[in-house]
Design a protein around this ligand. Structure first.
Ligand SMILES: *Cc1c(COP(=O)(O)O)cnc(C)c1O
Length: 515
């Protein structure tokens, strides 16, 4: 329990400690936590204290017990998974948002929370150059959710409802024309019948959010193969082949996930080709997952390579995470829909006690009808603070800096040579650089056996992985290509950090290649 004056004191201390943390992050901490599994249970009691404790003791325990178990994603030498920017501005916004905490499920909960979300999402639509249809005034709109997983699941639920309505309408029409048709073609039963035949699609590189949404909803997920030659990008022909096979078996495609910037290699699916295939499948909804790379749309020069035009033309829903490279700390995942009824038709179950005169009159958005849960956080405040504090130019500069560092790193990687005879490049880029993700592997001159390369790269990565001063991730690409991902994007990262981390990586290369 805290009275106002104690909160003031503890709050000042907390801010001081946060400042000290960021000041010393680079020089005084390793990136990776060194604790062993179960470390914390050994240090804390197994039940909550009976009598309340002093806030200073609790706050000190954060420093002494929790901090050692933290992996520092804001560290300038954190290059694992994907960037997940925390940001001093969004931290501040979150403090204000917490101070007026409310469940935000409808406009009347706190009108500002609802209205600010629609406004900042429209700002973001324009920031990224998304089509005007994704604006609220265009009938669509953006909604802030907790994760790209939640966004994909929500879009899929909307898409299923839409597909079932299309199929039921077809059945109804047929039944009206021929009443001797079986009972299963009557709309009520037809939903049940068709539900069992719906299929979701993505590629083998689609994030597991696709398979997870399918699992939750009880539909099969088809992972269409991609190849190294295509840069691991999903092509139309491969998708069409699988869909035709399913159609012949009486199944119905209802949801396709295309990815802009896959997690493993940063591949961008061929959305034009996918969109063209889907023109033959009116029940199929195209959702674009740009969870990580979508922030790149803020810079006009990356829009073409990230296929923005195709997204604007073909995507029925699109999602990207501000909580990755977008300077807003977790969580802040945005999803845009071209048509809000996609979600309301599946998710609006307004009971009497939630009805309001503004909602009934259609004057306001009630966000509970556009998402799975009833309540929701006031996340838009973080985004509003960040977009205003950085401005479009500051936001762009942050993205451009990371891309520039990735390009310089790639040059460093490809120009490193082996000291063996024959001599030559020691590494290769396995996929083209995608925004600020570099995927590479050891490939010493004269070694061409894939089994040997696999062994070499796994032991190399094992050694890197044992270090605490840098953090990178491994991945396995189609063709059993074991490689190393180097994802750049922390706000604090400068060239010295990347170059220094490269020196650490080079220390782990087998001595026979580096003399
Ligand atoms: C990170 C990532 C996800 C998962 O994002 P969450 O917000 O954690 O659910 C999905 N897709 C891609 C391409 C990603 O990079």
């Amino acid at each position: 329990m805290l009275d106002i004056e104690s909160f003031r004191k503890a709050g000042y201390l907390a801010i001081d400690r946060i400042c000290d943390y960021y000041t010393a992050l680079q020089t005084q901490r390793d990136v990776v936590s060194s604790v062993e599994p179960g470390y914390l249970a050994k240090l804390v009691p197994n039940a909550a204290p009976n009598d309340g404790e002093d806030i200073d003791i609790i706050a000190n325990d954060f420093q002494s017990l929790i901090m050692p178990g933290i992996t520092h994603w804001q560290h300038p030498k954190f290059f694992a998974y994907f960037p997940a920017n925390a940001n001093l501005v969004s931290i501040l916004a979150d403090i204000y948002a917490s101070s007026v905490s409310n469940p935000g499920f409808g406009w009347t909960c706190s009108p500002a929370c609802t209205e600010l979300e629609s406004i900042v999402m429209d700002w973001s639509t324009r920031l990224f150059g998304l089509d005007d249809a994704f604006l609220y005034s265009g009938g669509g709109g953006g909604i802030i959710m907790g994760s790209a997983s939640e966004s994909a699941l929500t879009a899929a639920i909307g898409a299923r409802e839409r597909a079932l309505r299309i199929l039921a309408a077809q059945d109804k029409k047929q039944h009206e024309q021929d009443s001797s048709l079986p009972e299963t073609s009557i709309p009520l039963h037809s939903r049940e019948k068709w539900s069992q035949r719906l299929v979701m699609y993505g590629s083998t590189q689609t994030h597991s959010i696709g398979a997870k949404a399918a699992l939750i909803m009880g539909h099969p997920f088809r992972a269409v193969p991609v190849t190294l030659e295509d840069g691991f990008s999903l092509r139309g022909d491969a998708l069409r082949a699988v869909m035709e096979e399913d159609k012949a078996a009486g199944l119905v495609p209802f949801f396709v996930i295309g990815t802009v910037g896959t997690t493993s290699s940063g591949a961008v699916d061929n959305i034009t080709e996918i969109g063209e295939v889907l023109e033959d499948y009116p029940t199929a909804h195209l959702h674009i997952d740009a969870a990580w790379a979508g922030m790149g749309y803020a810079c006009p020069e990356y829009r073409e390579i990230l296929r923005l035009e195709d997204v604007n033309k073909y995507a029925a829903s699109y999602s990207s995470n501000f909580h990755k490279q977008g300077l807003v700390h977790f969580d802040c995942s945005a999803i845009w829909v071209r048509d809000r009824t996609l979600l309301t038709e599946a998710l609006d179950v307004t009971p009497e006690f939630l009805r309001t005169k503004q909602g009934d009159a259609g004057l306001v958005i009630d966000y509970r009808n556009l998402q799975l849960a009833l309540g929701r956080k006031f996340r838009s405040l973080k985004l509003w603070f960040v977009l205003r504090s950085y401005g479009v130019s500051g936001f762009q500069a942050h993205i451009r800096k990371s891309v520039d560092l990735a390009n310089r790193l790639a040059t460093l990687i490809t120009s490193t040579t082996s000291s063996t005879t024959p001599s030559g490049p020691l590494f290769e880029l396995v996929a083209p650089i995608s925004l600020s993700l570099v995927v590479f592997r050891l490939h010493p001159p004269g070694v061409s056996d894939e089994v040997e390369l696999d062994k070499l790269n796994r032991s190399f990565y094992d050694r890197i992985n044992r270090r605490k001063d840098i953090m990178l991730t491994q991945t396995l690409l189609p063709g059993q290509l074991f490689c190393i991902r180097w994802a750049i994007g922390a706000e604090s990262t400068r060239w010295e950090d990347v170059a220094g981390a490269w020196e650490s990586v080079m220390e782990e290369v087998d001595g026979k290649y580096v003399g």
